[in-house]
Design a protein around this ligand. Structure first.
Ligand SMILES: NC(=O)N[C@@H](CC(=O)O)C(=O)O
Ligand SMILES: [Zn+2]
Ligand SMILES: [Zn+2]
Length: 446
């Protein structure tokens, strides 16, 4: 069936901006982009009434928890959360149980995600067996099964020798090495950033060097080898500096930053509450400023949520005992739009979209992230006007663990289309234009 997305303000690129165009979708594809598409018999018409139409958002760092931790999240609940957040492509981390360290688990994740069908799921495979840091996985078979990169996210690779072996093998296979940078001998069981706030709460700190020492080590190792090296959830000023220098030398290093590290620092933590606990921790104001500068100048390539759902019981254990991690899929875009674009003017709307669509696709060599004829119909319609309060109890994710509950933000995704199919539509009709028409169209679909 043909679908015509009418009257959208369509994102072209950072330099070209927006154009008022209709998008004609047939099957999985965008087949035509025209000024005024004629309404055809049998075609479904969705009038988005001047709202923004952007490429489906891409999140290269999420945790879906299946297999093994289905009480925290499943592929289905994570996919629903992703679609609601405007995402059409996500890359889940391998720290499941069993760990995604074999082609069988990769296949299972891919098959389950296909059954669910709400978001494109591109899994990572582990670097070491069970993420134990002792023995390399069979990366060749992981690649054949469909992984887009290798990582031991959740833990750092402690041995430089092991990291070097991993890089050599990954390079040979053309896989990026995606690194959770954390030196255990420096992190030493800390629970939040090693700064004033940790002192105030009397809690053990994780110093910035726990991250940056690994970034430095890995950049040196990767320089020789030439592998694509990607830094996960970068959080410290020194790490940003190291990536900037490596890029200036022409090295193939990329980095991602999370919405929470861009918007919060350790001074914002009101109490030693588990909802504020994540790895890496919220660092100092100065680190946060360095992340913003790094994102702005392109040192940090992309934004990724590190969506890390946990149960409420686990997070209620407080800063000392709760597991690390917060959810992010359902709040990323409105939070960043409201704060980085509207309030602080740090990024333009176009730059923000670029860092959540075209750039991640480019960094990982994926054929998504742009709206054009012949591309997959991955589209997100965003309402920039309506302000709403973040209410964790309404999340589709099983994880309600966020420090952003109660924040009032704008920029909510109201319609998500992945591969030509509607994967999320806002229940509140006033947020889509022409409520009558919209409702009729929805009725037709049934
Ligand atoms: N970020 C987190 O705080 N937690 C992640 C692990 C990780 O991303 O390192 C998790 O799996 O819960
Ligand atoms: Zn990590
Ligand atoms: Zn993670």
């Amino acid at each position: 069936m043909k679908t015509i997305l009418k009257n959208g303000l369509v994102f072209r690129s950072v330099s070209e901006g927006w154009s008022k165009q209709d998008i004609v979708i047939e099957g999985n594809w965008i087949v035509q982009m025209v000024d005024n598409a004629p309404e055809e018999e049998g075609a479904r018409v969705i009038d988005v009434g001047g709202k923004r139409v952007v490429p489906g958002l891409i999140d290269m760092h999420v945790h879906l928890r299946e297999p093994g931790f289905e009480q925290k999240e499943t592929i289905e609940t994570g996919a629903k959360a992703a679609a609601k957040g405007g995402f059409t492509t996500i890359a889940p981390m391998p720290n499941t149980r069993p760990v995604t360290d074999s082609s069988e688990i990769v296949q299972k994740v891919i098959n389950r995600a296909r059954e669910v069908g709400l978001v494109r799921v591109l899994p990572y495979g582990a670097i070491t067996v069970r993420e134990c840091g002792q023995q390399l996985t069979d990366m060749k078979s992981l690649k054949q099964a469909g992984v887009i990169g290798v990582t031991d996210d959740g833990v750092g690779i402690q041995s430089a020798g092991m990291m070097k072996e991993a890089m050599l093998l990954a390079h040979e296979l053309g896989l990026p090495v995606v690194a959770h940078c954390e030196d255990d001998s420096l992190a030493k069981g800390g629970v939040m950033h090693d700064g004033e706030a940790a002192k105030r709460f009397g809690l053990k700190g994780i110093p910035s060097e726990a991250e940056s020492v690994h970034v430095a080590r890995d950049i040196l190792l990767a320089e020789e080898i030439g592998v694509h090296y990607h830094v996960c959830h970068i959080s410290a000023e020194q790490s940003v500096r190291l990536v900037r220098e490596a890029k200036a030398r022409g090295q193939r290093v990329t980095a991602e930053v999370t919405p929470h590290h861009l918007l919060l620092c350790d001074e914002d933590i009101p109490a030693p509450d588990g909802r504020w606990k994540m790895n890496p921790p919220l660092r100092s104001r100065r680190d946060r400023e360095a992340l913003i500068a790094g994102l702005k100048d392109g040192t940090i390539d992309i934004i990724a949520t590190d969506h890390a759902p946990h149960t409420s019981e686990e997070k209620a254990l407080g800063m000392e005992k709760a597991p690390f991690g917060i959810v992010g899929l359902e709040t990323a875009f409105p939070l960043l739009y409201t704060h980085l674009v509207l309030k602080d003017g740090i990024l333009t709307l176009e730059e923000l979209i670029d860092k959540m669509t075209r750039k991640p696709a480019k960094v990982f060599g994926l054929p998504y992230g742009e709206i054009a004829e012949g591309k997959a119909a991955d589209l997100t319609v965003i309402d920039l006007e309506t302000e709403r309060t973040i209410e964790p109890e309404t999340f589709l994710s099983k994880g309600k663990n966020t420090p952003f509950g109660g924040w009032n933000v704008k920029g909510w995704p109201v319609l998500t289309i992945m591969d030509g199919r509607i994967t999320w539509e806002d229940a509140k009709p006033e947020s889509l234009t022409g409520p009558g028409k919209w409702t009729e169209q929805k009725e037709d679909q049934r």
